[in-house]
Design a protein around this ligand. Structure first.
Ligand code: NAX
Length: 333
């Protein structure tokens, strides 16, 4: 028996990740093979034609689960009744721009989208922010949606998580399914901390299987800078892998992670010394449709220093958007 239709809004639908994402959603991979979906594709006017062309292609694919495709440049219309919102659309850093310019330009996009989610989204709305700087964009979005519980706002760090799993598997010549217990902490940036302290390969601690020098000099920088490596080799940024990680994130959020944790940017409740109210990546499990930060993990001095560095960057980003007056009416998460 088919379940109730789910409304999925994708912003930046005319862009690269949006394109890779929409076919996965329409085919049922985002929510499950028995869940009909309606897609709402939000773009700015210059991106509308691309989104409309993609909508034609969705139609031509005759996906059995796809009930409707709406293309619009109106956030109010795009988020009306949304159950899942995937916020990809964002402004890239232009030539000569500083990180502060990027933060400001994007906060001006994500604030109004948060307000539109607050006004019209469904009661069970779940939001994942992909567009960079993803953690702080998620914070800005949530700050403009004070009536929506803060735990419905997340930032994508699953791509970093998947990259870490894949790098370990390749280094040790095992299938990715042998790798468990990896975690990404902090910001989705080059200062993120991919942590293998609790990771195992077929039950054996990773720390017994790899040497410290490889971890520090190769694994961590490679995972943290993999986006730049893809750009250098491919000539364009990650698209398919970013879309795939987004599908993993939403699927696990809705359907549960079971006994394994994964990584996601969620509002901190103060756990592990991350100041409450920042959107930070943590090891998380999804239980009953809600992300829960994995409790009680030991954090050694090396991990503590790396987490602190990444969290300091998140604090600086929050201070920057706050100083610009771009945070909304939500007082705290
Ligand atoms: P593209 O430039 O191909 O597409 C972005 C699209 O967003 C464009 O079509 C643009 O018209 C649209 N857009 C801009 N402002 C908008 C608005 N206000 N409302 C709706 N749409 C709007 O970029 P793409 O390669 O798809 O990447 C999108 C974002 O994902 C970037 O910010 C990128 O940095 C980020 N990424 C995040 C990752 C993560 O793991 N969190 C990894 C991949 C990626 O780097």
């Amino acid at each position: 028996m088919q379940r109730q239709r789910v409304n999925v809004t994708v912003t930046g639908a005319g862009g690269n990740i949006g394109y890779a994402l929409m076919f996965r959603i329409a085919s049922g991979q985002l929510l499950g093979p028995d869940v009909p979906v309606a897609l709402r594709l939000l773009e700015i006017p210059s991106g509308l034609r691309a989104a409309e062309g993609s909508a034609f292609e969705l139609q031509d694919s005759a996906f059995p689960l796809l009930r409707e495709v709406l293309v619009t440049d109106d956030p109010v219309q795009a988020f009306d009744g949304a159950n899942v919102a995937i916020l990809v659309g964002s402004r890239p850093r232009g030539p000569g721009q500083q990180r502060a310019d990027l933060l400001e330009g994007n906060a001006r996009i994500f604030g109004p989208q948060g307000a539109a989610i607050n006004a019209g989204a469904a009661d069970d709305i779940r939001v994942v922010v992909v567009g960079n700087p993803a953690n702080t964009n998620a914070l800005v979005t949530a700050s403009h949606a004070p009536d929506v519980p803060a735990d419905r706002f997340t930032a994508l760090t699953r791509l970093d998580h998947n990259r870490a799993v894949a790098q370990l598997a390749a280094h040790l010549s095992v299938p990715v399914t042998s790798v468990r217990g990896v975690a990404i902490w902090g910001n989705h940036s080059a200062l993120q901390y991919p942590d293998v302290s609790h990771a195992t390969i077929d039950g054996r601690p990773v720390r017994e299987l790899v040497d410290e020098a490889w971890l520090v000099n190769e694994f961590i920088p490679r995972v943290a800078n993999r986006g730049a490596e893809i750009i250098a080799v491919r000539g364009a940024s990650s698209m398919g892998s970013a879309a795939s990680a987004t599908v993993d994130h939403v699927y696990d959020w809705v359907n549960g992670t079971g006994h394994d944790w994964t990584s996601a940017g969620v509002f901190s409740d103060g756990s592990y010394g991350v100041p409450a109210g920042l959107v930070s990546s943590y090891p998380v499990r999804s239980l009953g449709g809600r992300w829960a930060i994995e409790p009680g993990l030991a954090v050694d001095d090396f991990s503590r220093a790396r987490i602190n560095t990444s969290v300091a960057e998140l604090q600086a980003e929050r201070a920057a958007v706050s100083a610009l007056g771009l945070l909304g009416p939500r007082e705290s998460a």
